[in-house]
Design a binder for this molecule. Structure first.
Ligand code: FES
Length: 104
């Protein structure tokens, strides 16, 4: 589910959440679509997502999710909303949420 729009999709655990949202008509934020720019960061409202690159599962409410390289790992909701400013796409926001992902 995409909480700001009310759009819902039922998919298996393989398509990136960015593509799922776009297919549901949600104006998802994005940039490179390859896990590089962090332009697709979207807060997780609830549920579990899996990083398609590492297999790591994220489930902390409010955690910023890279939707272009993450898929559903069960029922979930994203607080999908287009970015209002360049700050909304700031990769540092993602790193602050998860210290293990701090830039080197
Ligand atoms: S769109 Fe660039 S990291 Fe997701």
């Amino acid at each position: 589910m995409f909480t700001r729009t009310g759009a819902e999709s039922t998919v298996d655990a393989t398509p990136p959440l960015l593509a799922v949202g776009e297919s549901a008509g949600v104006a998802m934020p994005y940039g490179c679509r390859r896990g590089i720019c962090f332009g697709c960061l979207t807060p997780l409202t609830y549920g579990r997502v899996r990083d398609l690159r590492t297999g790591e599962v994220h489930e902390r409410t409010g955690q910023m999710i890279q939707t272009c390289v993450s898929a559903a790992a069960g029922p979930l909701a994203l607080d999908a909303w287009p970015p209002r400013s360049p700050r909304d796409c700031d990769p540092a926001r993602f790193h602050r949420d998860d210290p293990r992902k701090a830039p080197r």
